[in-house]
Design a protein around this ligand. Structure first.
Ligand SMILES: NC(=O)c1ccc[n+]([C@@H]2O[C@H](COP(=O)([O-])OP(=O)(O)OC[C@H]3O[C@@H](n4cnc5c(N)ncnc54)[C@H](OP(=O)(O)O)[C@@H]3O)[C@@H](O)[C@H]2O)c1
Length: 277
């Protein structure tokens, strides 16, 4: 019989949250893995089950309120109330990354190859904000209710380096991740009487499936963009997903961080401290 409470991880098939799901399962938490692609979730689940853990996979879109509510009921029925929620689903959408770092008259032309703010697809902009902000708020309400009823819990959100100062080319992602810092503070204050702590992690540059193509050349040397990031990272390397585990463990352990709520912890190789030029 499981003694530790249930953890729900959204984006659990991804680079960072697959590692977090494995960690929570290894500690003995039954885990519910939520994400869009079932095959990615099943891969993580089978590793967890091979190691003797308990994993439930639910393929959903975190911006679909009805689907997340149904997932909430399924988790409650099969694993009991959620006491830890990791809001990992998020990221940039295809079409959400512009080619321009500043305005160019090119973006006013019909059929322009340049993608800037003045000709970007505003539906993509809207969806990116929705994914990164509503996609955090919706699971927080559904699973926050379970935590409140069960007597407390922990929510961990995902911010970014771009939460603090906008990175170029990703206006919607940057704005949504900035909002996550503010929302984390707001929700922490709101849910404190329910004994629910709400914090966020702001990872530096952790290579994932999508960013690999952006940060590396085909021969695996850093691309111009990768070099730019490394030059701005005092530790002169990209991070690994498992380097976020210590912060996850600290934030989700009431014995270690029981008086900590509403903060965003950068894990970034010094990126935010880089003096620049
Ligand atoms: N990697 C970094 O350097 C970095 C830096 C700062 C912040 N972050 C943030 O950290 C979190 C995890 O990042 P990661 O690098 O692990 O990204 P990742 O490898 O791309 O994983 C993200 C996961 O989110 C899922 N997802 C995307 N949209 C979804 C939706 N609408 N509904 C449900 N699931 C959805 C994806 O599932 P599918 O593949 O099935 O779509 C994917 O498994 C994200 O919020 C990201 O913005 C990452």
């Amino acid at each position: 019989m499981n003694t530790l409470p249930t953890a729900v991880i959204t984006g659990a098939g991804g680079t960072i949250c697959s590692v977090m799901a494995l960690e929570l399962a290894r500690k003995g938490h039954p885990v519910a893995l939520l994400g869009r692609t079932l095959s990615k979730l099943e891969k993580v689940a089978s590793q967890i089950r091979n190691e003797g853990g308990t994993a439930l996979c639910i393929a959903i879109d975190v911006t679909d309120i009805t689907a997340v509510r149904q997932a909430g009921e399924q988790v409650f029925q099969e694993l009991g109330p959620c006491r830890i929620l990791i809001n990992g689903a998020g990221g940039k959408l295809p079409g959400g990354v512009m080619s321009q770092t500043e305005y160019s008259p090119e973006e006013l032309k019909e059929d322009s190859q340049a993608l800037g703010f003045l000709n970007c697809d505003l539906e993509v902009f809207r969806s990116e904000v929705d994914l990164n902000l509503s996609g955090t708020a919706i699971p927080s309400q559904v699973f926050g209710r379970q935590m409140a009823q069960a007597g407390g819990g922990n929510i961990v959100n995902f911010a970014s380096m771009t939460s603090f100062r906008p990175l170029s080319k990703v206006p919607a992602y940057a704005a949504a991740k900035a909002a996550i810092v503010n929302y984390t503070q707001w929700l922490a204050a709101y849910l404190a009487p329910a004994r629910i702590r709400v914090n966020a992690i702001a990872p530096g540059f952790i290579v994932n499936e999508r960013s690999r193509k952006l940060l590396f050349n085909e021969d695996q040397s850093p691309s111009p963009r990768g070099t730019q990031v490394l030059n701005h990272t005092p530790m002169k390397r990209f991070g690994e997903a498992d380097e976020l585990i210590g912060t996850l463990n600290w934030l989700t352990d009431d014995a270690c961080s029981g008086f900590v709520t509403g903060i965003t912890v950068p894990v970034d190789g010094g990126f935010l401290s880089c003096p620049g030029t």
